[in-house]
Design a protein around this ligand. Structure first.
Ligand SMILES: *Cc1c(COP(=O)(O)O)cnc(C)c1O
Length: 348
């Protein structure tokens, strides 16, 4: 680490900002036997008549324990999409600062750059879908605040080589955001264990994929306490609603169920890959560390329409660089995958 200085990365207005103090932030004592007349809520109990905990302490406590880190290293958001947006708004000055993204990858990094009016420097992955470290570092300058790595990557499905990621961490003075939305499907270990070593590391995860809770919107950000403090300053006070907090807590306390579902999905993935390899219009089945498979076919538009006519909605990723004629297929439940395999035979 040559020159990392977190304070110099924060936007001036954010550094100066005094966060909004909500009623639930102001009262920090023991809640038992207290009568709450401070937040203009309807006092009649219905389960959700009170504002939710702005710091989601119950949920974070369990997460911290499970992940072996501290509560102060965690920020929760309304999906990782909100978490990513907060990171942009804390560190990137519109029209002045820039970020680096590595297509083909998750589309939200670019959309968030555009909505926040931040310059997005795109550095293509190499032909084997790995970060081009040399080109990436060449593209950075004093105003490069963020660099987004998605590993395992969406839509390609592969994980990035550890030495390449490490090399970026050791040479980039901005913040490296590693999006681990699919980490639970992978054999790779999370970068979470390296949080203490790299002050420029931010890790995002989500309950939307392996945890099966896309509908409740819960995204997780892990970073140094200093970074989390900055993000907390600009976070809307009640960004994670009560129903989400309760449902997420219930689910993360059932690690066995989640593990079983992941293991079924991985078995199904193997089965589906094997079947796809035998299909004559499939040119290539890419390796996958995620819960989806990217395949290159002879004609993506045509095959997508054929799948649709048979009742399967599959993502065409052809418009992404390096992904010409590529489809992304999410692993379903065993019956769905069996139907898909039968349909593959009909189509060919
Ligand atoms: C699906 C996905 C997410 C999840 O976003 P949420 O807002 O948490 O649902 C994040 N990153 C990537 C790369 C994804 O594919």
């Amino acid at each position: 680490m040559l020159d990392f200085d977190l304070n110099s990365l924060v936007r001036e207005n954010v550094r100066m900002l005094k966060p909004y103090a909500s009623a639930r932030d102001d009262f920090k004592g023991n809640k038992n036997n207290m009568i709450f007349l401070d937040a203009n809520e309807n006092p009649f109990e219905n389960g959700v008549n009170r504002y939710p905990d702005p710091q989601q302490i119950d949920l974070k406590s369990v997460l911290a324990k499970q992940r072996g880190i501290q509560i102060e290293n965690i920020l929760l958001g309304n999906g990782s999409d909100e978490v990513l947006d907060l990171i942009y708004r804390a560190f990137c000055e519109p029209t002045i600062d820039n970020v680096i993204t590595l297509p083909p990858t998750y589309g939200m990094y670019k959309v968030l750059a555009e909505t926040n009016n931040i310059i997005n420097r795109e550095v293509l992955l190499t032909n084997d879908f790995q970060p081009d470290v040399h080109e990436i570092l060449k593209a950075t300058d004093h105003n490069t605040k963020l660099l987004f790595l998605c590993s395992p990557n969406n839509p390609t499905g592969n994980s990035f080589d550890n030495d390449k990621v490490e090399s970026i961490l050791n040479n980039f003075n901005g913040l490296l955001v590693i999006d681990e939305a699919y980490i639970d499907f992978s054999n790779q270990t999370s970068w979470l264990s390296k949080l203490d070593r790299y002050p420029n590391l931010i890790i995002t995860q989500t309950l939307s994929k392996a945890y099966g809770l896309a509908g409740i919107r819960l995204g997780i950000c892990y970073a140094s306490k200093d970074i989390i403090t900055i993000l907390n300053k600009i976070k809307p006070p009640y960004n994670v609603n009560e129903l989400t907090q309760l449902r997420a807590l219930k689910r993360i306390l059932q690690p066995g169920t989640i593990k079983n579902e992941i293991s079924t999905i991985l078995k199904e993935k193997k089965k589906l890959m094997k079947a796809l390899l035998k299909v004559n219009f499939v040119n290539k089945v890419y390796p996958s560390d995620a819960n989806f498979i990217m395949v290159e076919v002879d004609n993506a538009d045509k095959r997508c329409k054929e799948f649709l006519a048979k009742g399967f909605v599959i993502r065409n990723r052809s418009t992404q660089p390096l992904c010409k004629n590529c489809l992304r297929i999410t692993i379903g439940i065993p019956e769905e995958n069996n139907k898909l395999i039968a349909t593959l035979k009909e189509i060919k």
